[in-house]
Design a protein around this ligand. Sequence first.
Ligand code: COD
Length: 309
Amino acid sequence: MLTKLSQLRDLLDKSHKPKKLVLAASEDAHSLNAVINAAKQNIIRPVFVGDKEKTFGMAEILNLDIGKYEFVESSHPIDSIIISVKMVHDGAADVLMKGKVGTSDMLHAVLNKDYGLRTGKLLSHFAYFEVENYHKLIAVTDVAMNIAPTLTEKIQILNNAVMVLNSLGIAKPKVAVLGAIEKVNTDMDATLDAALLSKMNQRDQILNCIVDGPLAFDNAVSLESAKHKEIKSDVAGDTDLLLMPDIEVGNVLYKTLVFFAKAKVASMIVGASVPIVLTSRSDSEQAKFDSIVLAAVFAANQEKGRITG
Ligand code: COD
């Protein structure tokens, strides 16, 4: 059972060949620190794309030896994104990471029909949290990409996240589909979708996980709360994955966990041809580092064919 994000590092084979990570718009201090730290630990091999003067200036202030790594000069962040995405598209890099650019600009380039990283699957955001008062790591999806997913999109978001958890060794993750309440209310769409997803799981239309919902947040993460409400559930209190009704709820939960609960987080976009590290600018250097490790583990498993779905 994974209880700490630091355990992710151990999932990389000792003999692994570090994947090449391209940092788009490298003029970002936290990202530079995290990427070089990961390079020093042989987790990835970096290539930086960005404003050379700003990036090298920052590296000097941070006392980072960036000179020994590959650098592609680009004077505008949008150009940096396009160059970086094309590098991945052309097979010259294995992991993409967002530096000092907007999330939406980055996602538009990733979704570009000509040079983007689409695979025909829905792309979605996967966040993995280490919360002090929960007994294991807990995943949350989708807090950053799909704005108001339909039921069909929720199935794909759920499958993407389950694929990640399976690849991390969790054979049958327990999935709580969240609503405001744990009973179906025909006026609350999230509860209807949750009930349908649970039934689809029971009928083997959603595989490799145990889905229950609707569950309110308290029942999902606390067995005591579930018992108090006399809820019978194989998931309640032992959830591996929280499926969010929409981006607003997901994003607020993400930031609440980080800012109020001081949770640690690693995150990435999945469903594209490679994992994409897309931490927000307010995320800590530690979050960026842990996200790089998560993406490196996922990319390594992808290569070994350990990823199904
Ligand atoms: N996966 C695969 N293809 C997609 C996805 C997806 N998740 N989303 C859109 N597409 C494809 C569509 O099929 C279409 O072909 C093309 O991309 C454009 O689709 P639109 O017009 O629906 O989408 P856009 O271009 O307006 O926006 C896509 C974004 C991902 C940019 C948009 O959904 C978005 O802004 N998401 C929120 C990002 C954000 O601000 N996150 C910050 C939270 S911290």
